[in-house]
Write a protein that binds this ligand. Sequence first.
Ligand SMILES: *Cc1c(COP(=O)(O)O)cnc(C)c1O
Length: 400
Amino acid sequence: MHWHSRLVQPQTLAAPGFESLATPTYRGSTVVFKKQADVVDDWEQIENGYSYGLYGTPTALELSGRIAQLEGALYSFVVPGGQAAIALVYFTMCKAGSHALVPYSAYGPNKEMAQGLLRNLGIDIEPYDPLIGAGIANLIRENTTLIWVESPGSVTMEIQDIPAICKAAHERDVMVALDNTYAAGILFDAFGHGVDISMQALTKYVGGHSDLLLGTVSVNNESLKAKVGVTYKQLGLAVSPDDCSLALRGLQTLGIRLKHLEASTLEIAEWLTEQKEVKQVFHPAFPSCPGHDLWKRDFIGSSSVFSFLFTDNFTAQQVEQFIDTLEMFKIGMSWGGVTSLALVYPNVERPGKDYAGRLVRLNIGLEHPAELIQDLEHAFQAISKQKENQDEIRSSLVSL
Ligand SMILES: *Cc1c(COP(=O)(O)O)cnc(C)c1O
């Protein structure tokens, strides 16, 4: 062979039989077939053989299998992120003329897709109160095809009565999809509680180190698998085998990370309930969290993300200053990694509630909890001191 040809069509030289503990990172778009008659373009590669890297290399399919096993699902579609997983659910379950229900407390970009892209395609999406429970029956219409649930809700942490919602939905042949990211697909048993489709952002706890973006859509019956599969194939939701390899590594420590994060988070949330600056702590394990009793009934634990509300006498600027004063807590989006994060949510829209820039969400990481408490304490002191100074100036101006 000319060396040009040999470069492209080499013999394999490394010896076979390398029995590593790690799943190999298989890269590849083209898959070669033995003969023309074998050529297929089928996303169901586990059943029908490998066809094309777009539908997952063995690295992605290994991850798919392990997530499905953990969630008690028949199959998990691995997609490029949690938001892509949300899109896959919508485009599978809704078409022009469909009606879908989404809780007010849903992940922001889910609602943005509902009111943007989907509305423009003629899909009617209606927000509902996450605490509605069995009352959801009154909102189901002839053309309702999908009910989203997310429990706890994003930022405001409402726990939903998912079994009651599923019961009402199934009486009218409506599918229920759950965003199970908070629970890492583990702390809440989606299929055991009646959910039809369970998605999560692996970006959060499975990845666990803020260095990858992936999502999954899991189903537990053949007909839904086939239905989601059609959309999955057409949308071309390819994932990177390198990201899947990192997620497979993340899975190995998921158990101890969740356990440790739960304990540290409870310690810090407990401390926050005792601070005079804090009006309410939104942590599912505390009675101050809306739907706490449902959490006790349905969940096997809590994770690392929760929110708290400053008392009414603080201004949005003071809360912002609190965030800026923190040192160990970083300011950033997403969560579930090893680093503690804090973020103020100035525009949380919940009918009948006015949080006016006083709602802060924390993600607790793997730093020492006592030092995280110190960091919070220092930031509380800094804004309280500044507040006293401002109040003094104000009262001296009044006496002038
Ligand atoms: C982060 C998140 C998503 C989106 O995940 P990405 O991988 O960032 O797209 C979806 N749902 C919830 C509840 C999330 O927190």
